[in-house]
Ligand binder design. Structure first.
Ligand code: SF4
Length: 106
């Protein structure tokens, strides 16, 4: 992903300027940190949603399923919170799942 590549490049440059580690080591460090953060997030999710989160981290979900995963993650895995989300400035707001529960879009 472009964002990840930018992050890795910036991290490498910063590390190189400080003369601490080589670019390859910096890349491994970023990947390792990302994997650890994702593993912590999956472990802290309710059991019902862990598989979905794992798949979202590996790109194994459809765009629609990924939006669902993001909204659930954002709302602490409470479906009614997603349905009644009032963050109208969020880019995903119009596409969020469970709107049928509140009489919105199905
Ligand atoms: S639409 Fe609401 S629940 Fe979904 S990501 Fe945005 S703020 Fe979170």
């Amino acid at each position: 992903m472009k964002h990840d590549d930018d992050l890795v490049r910036r991290r490498e440059e910063a590390q190189r300027k400080r003369g601490r580690i080589e670019p390859r080591q910096a890349r491994q460090l970023v990947v390792s940190e990302a994997c650890e953060a994702q593993a912590r997030r999956v472990a802290s999710a309710p059991t019902l949603y862990r598989k979905m989160l794992e798949k979202s981290f590996t790109g194994g979900l459809s765009p629609r399923q990924t939006i669902k995963a993001k909204c659930l993650d954002c709302s602490n895995f409470q479906r009614d919170e997603v349905a009644s989300c009032r963050a109208v400035a969020c880019p995903l707001w119009a596409l969020r799942p469970y709107q049928a529960q509140t009489g919105g879009r199905k």
